[in-house]
Design a protein around this ligand. Sequence first.
Ligand code: IPD
Length: 264
Amino acid sequence: MSIETELVDLAAQVAREAGELARTRRAEGVRLAATKSSLADIVTDADREVEALIRARLRDARPDDGFLGEETEPESGESGITWVVDPIDGTVNYAYGIPSYAVSIAAVRGVPLPGEWEALAGAVYAPAIDELFTAARGGGAWLGDRRLSVTDEVPAGALLATGFGYDPSTHDGDLATVRTIMSIARDLRRAGAASLDLAYVAAGRLDGYFERGLKPWDFAAGALLVAEAGGEVSRIDTESLRPMLIAAGTEVHARLLALLEKTS
Ligand code: IPD
């Protein structure tokens, strides 16, 4: 078995178990544990409990790997592989009872920094709708047992998605960016979970996605899904505090890149 297959099998298994825990806790009622960078940036008890479960399962299975998660301290490992984890991506949806939330787990090799790591495997599991997206480097992207591909030509305008940072001072700039890209859009979605936006680009449910200021755990698994579904993923403005991630099929990616480079 290749290392990629071993890692994606583990990511999928742990994402399912973690997702079931998140769904159970949601049904019992969600309690806000704290706010983080701003009032909108929340963490629930379930985020912490689910991350603890994921961390424990990964440590049991692969004790030499590193860990980089949204809710706990990072830890470096000996194996050269790091797990990049968002226990509940779409926390605001989760807190409000909107089913668009997901567990996102990726295994990356090398320095665990976007632009430097090599993604080997990823799983994005949406427990409320029981959809499991997986990808292993060189092995394609999958929704369950269905192989995924991004959309290619989009003559009628692209169905795009984006997200907004939690810091209110960034909203004007992000809204100006939205105005710019509407020239090529059929319509725009803001569904509230970056990992699922990327999974949907991989599945051809969206033609493209862009967002500034994502954290590594928001996109590590989803970006691999898009790449393995034949799409392109770029990060621009990487020197800024809020680099822009762009993910789409080749044609829409080129159009987005041309427009978004002008907003930098
Ligand atoms: C957030 C979601 C959201 C995106 C934010 C992320 P979280 O992650 O992915 O869609 O717009 O940038 O921070 O906080 O729910 O894990």
